[in-house]
Design a protein around this ligand. Structure first.
Ligand code: KET
Length: 424
């Protein structure tokens, strides 16, 4: 191919590539678009770089303790001590991950002795965080349900759209958050879902909706099931905050409801937040199928997806999760820690609300009390968010979402005062 036909010819040692005769040589990657960065991760990085000592990080969905640190849970420390003590070899895990972890995850999600698990109709694999699970599921859908549309809530975690579009799927949004009432636009949501083509994928936050903190009630979930079934829709649950809503068991309500209703669905779950092991990338993907034979087919194709991507997951993440969930002493310690994290966030919600209600009595801040999980959707405009960051060193994403777990007894009052100043 000649340069004149638009083909590339190798340049000199500088890696330059000649274009058509007469055009300036360019480098191999000179045409790339700069990465705009991720709205959450870039903001978290900007926070780290901010020299102000009294800065407040409400940007990323990470639980910080009252001293502003990411806790190392005692159960995790002890599980790791056991692993170090055993000092075993580190072979590759199977493609689908550790058998002990997968079994423990099924028990955690579905509860002991659940029919779906006992009958072998749940295909579970350990994944690289729940992000890895979401993406493996998306790639699987693209390959085996290729025409399926994906519907996410409006709004949703930004990365949901990016992941499913990245897998080559068309992503749309169904109505969800009602800014006027601070609740769910249930009728509009149901109307939209009722009009979707059969086989559409409906991404639902199993608990602690990100970014709004507004969840469906149990009655609303129950009312959704017949619609999902009648329309032949395929739920895809994201369970990233198990234990931060009402409790570890309670937060599995939606997934157990769908399983009991006999629906086929996906669930990606995470241990990043619940075990405070973000960087270990501990998560899983489960697909609840019609029967054992189908689950075996699904697991096989999920394995094929993983093998050609990252091959197999982390042995260290599996060791932590399997031990904490299976050892009764570690499990009890974990459950107590999750309860403590949940109630500390609730205490911060009350503290924030108390200061704001006193400082701005004309405004309704009750949403801080009713929203659940790590996040609150403040309704602050992007310009107000910018002022909070620039003038007060308070970092939150521009949608107005705050991570309540970034508040502590040392910063909640001044954060509330800063919010009061920008809403004035
Ligand atoms: N799902 C949801 C809904 C979610 O908020 C996160 C992370 C994940 C999945 C990823 O979890 P993991 O198992 O660690 O892969 N959310 C926070 C951090 C991030 O954006 O990555 C956040 O929203 O701030």
């Amino acid at each position: 191919m000649s340069a004149g036909s638009g083909g590339l010819s190798r340049g000199g040692p500088g890696g330059q590539v000649g274009g058509a005769a007469g055009t300036a040589p360019r480098t191999v990657f000179g045409h790339l678009e700069p990465y705009a960065g991720d709205p959450i991760l870039s903001l978290n990085a900007a926070f780290q770089a901010d020299p102000r000592p009294d800065k407040v990080n409400l940007s990323i969905g990470i639980y910080f303790d009252d001293a502003g640190r990411i806790p190392v849970l005692d159960c995790v420390r002890r599980a790791e001590a056991q692993m170090l003590e055993e000092s075993g070899p580190k072979p590759y895990l199977p493609i689908e991950g550790s058998a002990a972890m997968r079994k423990a995850v099924q028990g955690l999600l579905f509860g002991a002795g659940h029919e779906a698990v006992a009958s072998g109709r749940v295909a579970t694999l350990q994944t690289v965080g729940s992000s890895g699970g979401l993406r493996v599921g998306a790639d699987f859908i693209r390959r085996w349900l290729p025409g399926a549309q994906v519907w996410i809530s409006d709004p949703s975690w930004d990365n949901h759209r990016a992941m499913f579009e990245g897998a080559g799927l068309a992503v749309h949004a169904y109505p969800y958050y009602d800014a006027a009432t601070g609740g769910v636009r249930l009728d509009a949501m149901r109307d939209t879902l009722a009009g979707l083509p059969a086989g559409s994928i409906v991404l639902l936050h199993a608990c602690c909706h990100n970014p709004t903190g507004v969840d469906l009630s149990r009655a609303q979930w129950e009312a959704l099931v017949p619609l999902l079934r009648e329309r032949g829709l395929i739920p895809y649950l994201d369970l990233a905050y198990q234990g931060y809503g009402d409790g570890i068991e309670e937060d599995a309500f939606a997934l157990r409801l769908l399983a009991a209703a006999g629906l086929t669905f996906f669930v990606a779950n995470s241990f990043s937040k619940s075990m405070s092991v973000y960087g270990e990338r501990a998560g899983a993907l489960s697909v609840v199928c019609a029967d054992r034979a189908e689950a075996e087919l699904v697991l096989g194709q999920l394995k094929a997806t993983v093998r050609r991507n990252y091959s197999s997951p982390s042995i260290h993440a599996a060791g932590i999760v399997a031990r904490v969930l299976a050892d009764p002493v570690l499990r009890a310690s974990w459950e107590a820690d999750v309860a403590a994290m949940r109630s500390r966030i609730q205490a911060m919600r009350r503290a924030l609300h108390g200061v704001l209600a006193a400082k701005r009595p004309g405004r309704d801040f009750r949403y801080f009390l009713t929203q659940r999980g790590m996040f609150s959707y403040t309704g602050l405009a992007a310009a107000q968010v910018d002022r909070l960051r620039e003038e007060f060193g308070v970092y939150l994403v521009r949608s107005g979402r705050i991570c309540v777990a970034g508040l502590n007894s040392g910063n909640v009052e001044r954060t509330a005062a800063a919010i009061a100043a920008v809403v004035a």
